[in-house]
Design a protein around this ligand. Structure first.
Ligand code: ZN
Length: 236
C-alpha cells in the first residue's frame, strides 16, 4: 500500500462568521488544519477574542478535534498605521468617494495570504483558505476571484512551491453561507456562529439579535442580518 501524504490546510481565521464557516469546512475536508489570525490594530479586536472560544468549540465536533492543530497570530501594526480606514482609526463608517466603504483596508487580503503562504511554507501547509466572497460583499477588490487567482500564481512563482488558495464562499451569498454552516455542523454550528462569531465593524457586543451580536447598523451587521433572514426564509 502506498501511503498518501496528508494534506494540511491553513485557514485565515478572524473569528468572524465567514472565516468560522471556512474553518469548519476545512476540518470536514482536510487531514490537518491550522489557523492564522492577524492583528493590525482593527477597532473590532473583539473579533480576535472570539477566536479561541470558536476553536475550542469546533474541536468538540465529532472528528474535528484530532485534526485541529495550532493557532498562529501575526501582528501587522504597520497596516493599521498606514491605512486611512474606519477599522483602525476614528473615521465614520460610510461610503467613500471611491465607491468603497471607509472600512476598506487597501491590500489587506493580499498581505494576509502572502503572510499565510510564508507561514504555510514553514508549516508544510499547501492549502491556504480564506473567506473572501464576491457575491454578497462590500465591493472590496481584494475579495474578488480574479484577484485571488492572480495572487495564487504570484505566490506559487515567488515561493517556487505549489500552494492552492481556496475561497469556499467566493460564489455564494450570505444566506448560502448560513446554509453551508448547517450542512457542515447542523444546528449546533449555526448556534455557535450566532453566539460566538463576530462580524460587527464597530465591535459592539452589547446587543443580541437573532443573528448574533452587533450594532445592527454597520455594513457588516446589515449583510449578516439580511443573510440570516434570507436563510430562515429559505428553510421555511
Ligand atoms: Zn455593526
Amino acid at each position: 500500500m502506498v501511503a498518501t501524504a496528508k494534506t494540511k490546510a491553513l485557514v485565515l481565521f478572524s473569528g468572524g462568521q465567514d472565516s468560522t464557516v471556512c474553518l469548519a469546512s476545512a476540518l470536514a475536508r482536510y487531514d490537518e488544519v491550522e489557523t492564522v489570525g492577524f492583528d493590525y490594530g482593527q477597532a473590532h479586536a473583539v473579533e480576535l477574542d472570539c477566536r479561541e472560544k470558536l476553536r475550542d468549540a469546533l474541536a468538540r465536533f465529532p472528528g474535528w478535534g484530532a485534526k485541529l492543530g495550532p493557532d498562529h497570530m501575526i501582528a501587522l501594526p504597520e497596516l493599521g498605521r498606514i491605512s486611512e480606514t474606519a477599522l483602525t482609526r476614528d473615521v465614520e463608517i460610510e461610503m467613500g468617494r471611491n465607491g468603497l466603504p471607509t472600512t476598506f483596508v487597501p491590500g489587506r487580503n493580499l498581505l494576509f495570504f502572502t503572510y499565510a503562504a510564508a507561514l504555510g511554507y514553514r508549516r508544510g501547509a499547501s492549502v491556504l483558505i480564506g473567506g473572501m466572497c464576491e457575491t454578497d460583499y462590500s465591493g472590496y477588490p481584494d475579495c474578488r476571484a480574479d484577484t485571488i487567482a492572480a495572487l495564487e500564481r504570484a505566490i506559487c512563482l515567488g515561493m517556487d512551491r505549489d500552494f492552492t488558495l481556496e475561497t469556499p464562499l467566493m460564489r455564494i451569498d450570505k444566506a448560502a453561507t448560513w446554509a453551508l454552516a448547517h450542512e457542515l455542523g447542523g444546528d449546533a454550528l449555526v448556534d455557535l456562529i450566532i453566539e460566538d462569531s463576530h462580524s460587527c465593524y464597530r465591535g459592539d457586543r452589547s446587543k443580541r439579535h437573532d443573528w448574533g451580536y452587533g450594532c445592527g447598523a454597520c455594513p457588516a451587521c446589515e449583510l449578516r442580518a439580511r443573510g440570516y433572514a434570507a436563510y430562515l426564509a429559505g428553510k421555511a
